[in-house]
Design a protein. Structure first.
Length: 270
């Protein structure tokens, strides 16, 4: 019976992580809420890394055609300097540039964030900030396509991703808001946001390898982790597909309203 409830707990948290990771309502914040509400603690150092990897796989599956095209055309431009491949090559360059702010700030400020910014009230306030940002850009209809991006666009969206290191600030929300604020079309903003997630997620996994290897509970929790991983992957896939449809219809305001409701409730009652 204890093993059953253990599996059930990790399956639940895998679902929460998966369903909230792609959409702009902060997966890290919702994991904190879930632990607080249910008075359940997730054991082990490796859980969040496993769940992020599950969401990463969902992103790779959904954007696989873009990744193949970018890789192929990027290599072709490197070898031939043919201008018809230049736009995809530069998109890769902008992804690299956009990754730098979060990588640097994450390394420098990780201990400070863990020690000072994971309070439940901070998460609630951050969720309100996310809602305000989403509300401000809810009616924007940009004109920039993939080939129209610039170094400045990449840096600003990258800085927004770094801000999302604060629990309660949605990574997808922050990057989509910044991208649309820079005039990107919804499709371009969404693609850039989630392709930007790939190097950050891979980097996090690499940096966390030592923690996973030395996790004393890894053997004991391997099966619960795998169950949570599978559920998180499925939930992330469904959630991202849903977000793509919502972005196409311009309905980001509903996420803003959700943040406006949940954020104050967290501050007042948790």
């Amino acid at each position: 019976m204890d093993q059953f409830f253990l599996l059930l707990k990790y399956a639940f948290f895998g679902f929460v992580q998966g369903i909230t990771e792609p959409i702009p309502i902060s997966s890290s914040g919702h994991l904190v809420f879930a632990e607080k509400i249910l008075d359940i603690h997730i054991e082990g150092f490796s859980f969040e890394v496993f769940m992020n990897f599950a969401s990463l796989l969902a992103v790779l599956v959904i954007y696989r055609e873009d990744l193949v095209r970018l890789t192929t055309n990027g290599l072709n431009f490197t070898m031939t300097r043919d201008r018809k491949y230049r736009a995809d090559f530069m998109f890769i360059v902008y992804l690299i540039i956009g990754t730098i702010p979060a990588a640097v700030i994450g390394i420098v400020a990780e201990d400070f964030i863990s020690a000072n910014l994971k309070d439940i009230k901070v998460v609630g306030a951050s969720l309100i900030v996310t809602g305000i940002a989403l509300w401000l850009i809810r009616n924007l209809r940009g004109r920039k396509y993939d080939q129209d991006l610039s170094i400045k666009d990449a840096l600003i969206v990258g800085l927004a991703q770094a801000v999302a290191l604060i629990p309660g600030i949605s990574r997808s929300g922050a990057t989509i808001v910044a991208a649309m604020g820079r005039g990107m079309k919804q499709e371009t903003a969404l693609r850039y946001s989630f392709l930007l997630y790939i190097p950050v997620s891979v980097g996090t996994m690499i940096l966390s390898f030592g923690d996973i290897k030395n996790d004393p509970l890894l053997d004991q929790l391997l099966i619960p982790y795998l169950v949570a991983f599978l559920i998180s992957f499925i939930a992330s896939y469904i959630s991202l597909k849903w977000l793509i449809g919502i972005m196409a219809r311009g309905n980001l305001k509903y996420f803003a309203i959700y943040c406006f409701i949940v954020g104050p409730l967290v501050i007042l009652f948790m």
